[in-house]
Design a protein around this ligand. Structure first.
Ligand code: ZN
Length: 146
């Protein structure tokens, strides 16, 4: 199961998703997007037809419950100030949790603009989250103001 926010979609991310869906049988992908979302056209161009309104909690819960195992899942939340903090700081631990079937969430509070171009860092964060099979939540607090 892959549930991705439309704000994180661009042509490059869509390419990564296409490669993953081509190599993983039965992977369901849905995009969280409201009608005017910027990333919607990327989702549609990639053939991702499952679009869920981000304010529709029931639909999100239904998507997750129909694609997850029946066993209650342990959830792990890792919080970092910048993209790559979590991956460098505790990536191996997160991978161990993933291998045990736990649900991973990574919350990155800023785009890390002081450390490099924010678009590059955003893409790297998305790539890392996909690689770890983690949910990525990206805040946009001004770097060095956290
Ligand atoms: Zn940092």
């Amino acid at each position: 199961m892959m549930l991705i926010d439309s704000d994180l979609l661009d042509a490059q991310v869509v390419g990564v998703i296409a490669r993953i869906t081509a190599s993983v049988d039965g992977l369901r992908v849905a995009v969280l997007a409201d009608a005017g979302a910027r990333g919607l056209r990327f989702a549609l161009s990639a053939g991702i037809g499952e679009i869920i309104d981000p304010t529709d909690a029931e639909s999100i819960a239904a998507f997750v419950s129909t694609t997850s195992s029946a066993a209650p899942m342990e959830r792990v939340l890792a919080i970092g100030a910048h993209p790559d903090d979590v991956e460098i700081g505790c990536g191996a631990t997160l991978l161990r949790h993933r291998d045990q079937g736990h649900w991973l969430s990574v919350l990155t509070l800023s785009r890390g603009a002081v450390g490099g171009p924010r678009e590059d860092r955003r893409r790297e964060a998305i790539g890392a989250a996909i690689t770890m099979s983690a949910e990525l939540l990206m805040g946009d607090i001004t770097d060095t103001r956290i």
